[in-house]
Ligand binder design. Structure first.
Ligand code: AMP
Length: 229
């Protein structure tokens, strides 16, 4: 199974990708996670990427394509994969197509999670990340910490221990830039896969569990009930 998960920042792609990975035993490849790990490690790539990421802009296509090419060559990808946050431009989609053609592979399906922009802003500005595990807490999970204006603190104690923080690019100004980038640069990716008849749409405004059920039902119809052990 070779999947991509599409949708605006904050549409719930990452959460759903982890669930799909667990259910079907796929490799979960999130270019955002790979880039954040490079930033945390202080690598040359991380240093160059950080400024771009903090501004809500996209890291160069060549860099991201090389990163994904390297990751797809790792042994766990043989059982199938789900790409999350990639491709984000038409050039990346075309580059991925070339990479896969070399291995006689193709994207089987693109899952597009649709959420209105107002909801995306609400979710991103309220979400926090566990510094140690990377787990994301939604506004709803942290609402008890909110002050009278409904603002959740940027940092604090995480429900499962450790601490949480707000991603620099989840701050209000950057969210707007990320959404603009999504509309301009990532929408064409949806058109690209739609032209190849590979896109299924899922209503991402439903509760997370319902979104997961909808995705599993689509995958069952297309691929049967293969699950990881
Ligand atoms: P994400 O966690 O997917 O929202 O990604 C966070 C940031 O990493 C993005 O706003 C971009 O700056 C960068 N990034 C992640 N994936 C890509 C990609 N496929 N192409 C370019 N930049 C990316």
């Amino acid at each position: 199974m070779h999947l991509i998960i599409l949708g605006a920042p904050g549409s719930g792609k990452g959460t759903q990708a982890v669930r799909i990975k667990e259910r079907y035993g796929l490799a979960h490849i999130s270019t955002g996670d790979i880039l954040r790990a490079e930033v945390a490690a202080g690598s040359e790539l991380g240093r160059r990427a950080k400024a771009v990421m903090d501004a809500g802009q996209l890291v160069g296509d060549d860099i991201v394509l090389a990163m994904v090419g390297k990751r797809l060559a790792q042994p766990d990808c043989v059982r199938g994969w789900i790409l999350d946050g990639f491709p984000r431009t038409r050039a990346q989609a075309e580059g991925l197509g070339r990479l896969l053609a070399g291995a006689d592979l193709d994207v089987d399906l693109g899952l597009l999670i649709q959420v209105q922009p107002e909801e995306v802003i609400r979710r991103l500005s309220g979400r926090r990340v566990n510094r140690a595990s990377g787990r994301i807490y939604s506004r709803e999970e942290l609402i008890h910490l909110a002050d009278a204006t409904g603002e959740i603190p940027a940092a604090g104690a995480a429900p499962e221990g450790g601490d949480f923080y707000q991603r620099d690019d989840d701050k209000a100004d950057t969210i707007r830039d990320r959404l603009a980038v999504y509309e301009e640069q990532t929408r064409p990716v949806i058109d690209y896969y739609e032209n190849h008849d590979k896109v299924v749409r899922i209503d991402g405004a439903q509760p997370m569990e319902r979104v997961t059920d909808a995705i599993f039902s689509i995958l069952r119809d297309r691929f049967g009930s293969r699950e990881s052990a």
